[in-house]
Design a protein around this ligand. Structure first.
Ligand code: ADP
Ligand code: MG
Length: 464
C-alpha cells in the first residue's frame, strides 16, 4: 500500500454514513478513524491525533461545533470540515468562526469532499513550508558564516561538518562562553538532512527543572494542576529536526536520568502519559563547563556524560585562534559601519592589533564584539585606538617586541631623532590623535609634541 495521505476522523452518529465515507476515504489513500458522539470524538482525537476531522453537527450528546472549537483551540493545525444535513446560516457562521475549513451539505457528494480535503491539506503544507522558509531566513546560520581560519577552528569546523551530515543522534558542544556554541548548533542543523524540520532550543539554566521537563516531554491533560489540555513538547515539535539543549551542565540530576533514558531507548513519554513516543530529533547539547570533571565531582551524571560525549566537538577559546581575532574584529568593524552610517571605521591600529592578540578574552567572541561596538561609538577617527578600549585590556599586555619599547640601545646605535619620532607617533596613536594627552604621556608640552611630529613629517599631526 502507498503511504497514507493522512489520518481522518469521521464524527457522525449515523453508522451508514461513517461506513460510506470511510470506504471512500480509504480508497483515496487516507487512514480513517471513527467516532459517534462528542465524547468519543474527544477520546479518539486524543488517542489518534488525526490531521483532519469530518464533523457532523447534530450529535446525540451535543454539537459538533463544540468539538470544533475545543479541538481547534488546543490543536490549531487540525483541519475541520463540517458535514451536516442541516445547513443554516447560524451554524455556518459559528463553524467558520470556530476555524472550520469548509462546510459540506448532506448528502455528501464524494468528489466535492475529495477536492475539499486535497485543498485543505495542500494549504496546510504550503503554510508550513512558508513558515519554515521564513524561519530559516531569520535564523539562516551556516558554517560559511562562522569566521575563522586558524588551525584550531578548522579542526572544530571539520568535525562539526562531518557529524552534521552523519546520522548520529546526539552531539556535545564544549567551549567557553562566547565561543560560538549557539552558532555551531545552528550550523550543524542547517548543514544536516534535518534542515526542513524545526530547530528548537532550550536553555537548561533559564528554567526550573519541572518546566524544562514539560517543555521537552510535553504533557497530558491533567498531568498536573495547570495541565488544562495536552501539550506537545519539544521532542515532538522538533520531529525530524534538532533540539539544542544549551547549558546542559545546569540540568538537574533527576532530569538528566530521564534524558539519558530517552537517548538510550530512542523514545519518551509525555508527562502523565503512558504511550511511548519515538524520538525523531537530534539532540545537540552544549556546555561551557568540563562535564567530565563535573561528573567526577558528582555534579553531572557520568553515564549521561559518556552517552553525550561519544561525539564531542571542542570549540577553542578565542585566545587560541591566532589571527582569527583580527578577522573577527574586522568583521565587527564592518558591521558597526553599516549600523552607524556616517562614521567610517577602517581597522585597528598596530598597537590595538597587538593588544587583541595578547589579551585573554575570557568572554571570547562575545566580548570582542562588545569591545568593537563600544569603540565604534566612542571613536571619531578612522582607526580603533587603545584610547577607547576598556581599561583592563591595557594592563598585562606585553610590550611590543620592537626596539623602542625596552629602550635598549641597538648594537650599532640609532638616530635619537628616529626614537623620538617613533615614541611620539605611538603616543599620538594611542590617544586617538589627542595631542594634549599624547604630550602628557611623553611628559612634554603639546607644542613640543606637535613640533616633533611635524618635523618627522607625520602629516596627521599637522591638521589641527
Ligand atoms: N567564529 C565566529 N564567527 C562569527 N561570529 C561568531 C563566531 N563565534 C561567535 N560568534 C558570535 O559571537 C556571539 C556569541 O556566540 P554564541 O554562539 O552565542 O556563543 P556561546 O553560545 O558559546 O556562548 C554571537 O553573536 C555569535 O554570532
Ligand atoms: Mg550560548
Amino acid at each position: 500500500m502507498k503511504n497514507s495521505l493522512g489520518k481522518i476522523m469521521i464524527v457522525d452518529d449515523d453508522r451508514f454514513i461513517r461506513m460510506a465515507l470511510g470506504e471512500a476515504l480509504r480508497s483515496w489513500n487516507y487512514e480513517t478513524v471513527e467516532a459517534d458522539s462528542v465524547a468519543t470524538a474527544r477520546k479518539v482525537f486524543a488517542d489518534e491525533e488525526p490531521a483532519v476531522m469530518l464533523l457532523d453537527i447534530d450529535l446525540p450528546d451535543g454539537s459538533g461545533l463544540d468539538v470544533l472549537t475545543e479541538i481547534k483551540e488546543s490543536n490549531p493545525d487540525t483541519i475541520a470540515v463540517m458535514i451536516t444535513g442541516n445547513v443554516d446560516i447560524g451554524n455556518t457562521v459559528s463553524a467558520l468562526r470556530g476555524g472550520a475549513h469548509d462546510f459540506i451539505g448532506k448528502p455528501v457528494r464524494l468528489e466535492e469532499l475529495r477536492v475539499t480535503l486535497r485543498n485543505a491539506l495542500e494549504t496546510r503544507d504550503l503554510r508550513r513550508q512558508v513558515k519554515q522558509a521564513r524561519d530559516e531566513k531569520a535564523r539562516g546560520f551556516k558554517f560559511d558564516e562562522i569566521i575563522g581560519e586558524s588551525a584550531a577552528m578548522a579542526e572544530a569546523m571539520e568535525l562539526a561538518r562531518r557529524v552534521a551530515v552523519s546520522d548520529v543522534g546526539s552531539i556535545l558542544l564544549n567551549g567557553e562562553t562566547g565561543t560560538g556554541k549557539d552558532l555551531f548548533a545552528r550550523a550543524i542543523h542547517y548543514a544536516s538532512e534535518r534542515v526542513e524540520a524545526p530547530y528548537l532550543a532550550i536553555n537548561c539554566a533559564a528554567l526550573p527543572a519541572n518546566l524544562i521537563e514539560s517543555e521537552l516531554f510535553g504533557y497530558e491533560k491533567g498531568a498536573f494542576t495547570d495541565a488544562k489540555q495536552r501539550k506537545e513538547g519539544l521532542f515532538e515539535q522538533a520531529t525530524g529536526g534538532t533540539i539544542f539543549l544549551d547549558e546542559i551542565g545546569e540540568m538537574e540530576i533527576a532530569l538528566q536520568a530521564k534524558l539519558l533514558r530517552v537517548l538510550e531507548e530512542g523514545a519518551f513519554r509525555r508527562v502523565g502519559g503512558l504511550k511511548d513516543i519515538p524520538l525523531n530529533a537530534r539532540i545537540v547539547a552544549a556546555s561551557n563547563r568540563d562535564l567530565k570533571k563535573e561528573s567526577e565531582a558528582g555534579n553531572f551524571r557520568l553515564d549521561l556524560f559518556f552517552r553525550l560525549s561519544i561525539i564531542q566537538v571542542d570549540i577553542p577559546p578565542l585566545r587560541d585562534r591566532g589571527d582569527d581575532v583580527l578577522l573577527l574584529a574586522q568583521h565587527y568593524i564592518d558591521r558597526a559601519n553599516v549600523k552607524r552610517r556616517g562614521k567610517q571605521l577602517k581597522g585597528l591600529t598596530p598597537e590595538v592589533s597587538r593588544i587583541f592578540k595578547h589579551y585573554r578574552w575570557s568572554g571570547n567572541v562575545r566580548e570582542l564584539r562588545n569591545v568593537i561596538e563600544r569603540a565604534s561609538i566612542l571613536e571619531d577617527g578612522e582607526m580603533v585606538t587603545s584610547a577607547h578600549l576598556p581599561a583592563d585590556m591595557l594592563s598585562g599586555v606585553p610590550e611590543s617586541s620592537g626596539e623602542t619599547a625596552t629602550f635598549v640601545l641597538p648594537p650599532n646605535g640609532v638616530a635619537l631623532e628616529t626614537v623620538e619620532f617613533e615614541l611620539s607617533k605611538q603616543a599620538y596613536e594611542r590617544t586617538g590623535g589627542n595631542l594634549t594627552r599624547a604630550a602628557k604621556l611623553l611628559d612634554i608640552s603639546r607644542d613640543q609634541l606637535r613640533y616633533k611630529l611635524r618635523k618627522a613629517g607625520y602629516a596627521a599631526a599637522t591638521e589641527d
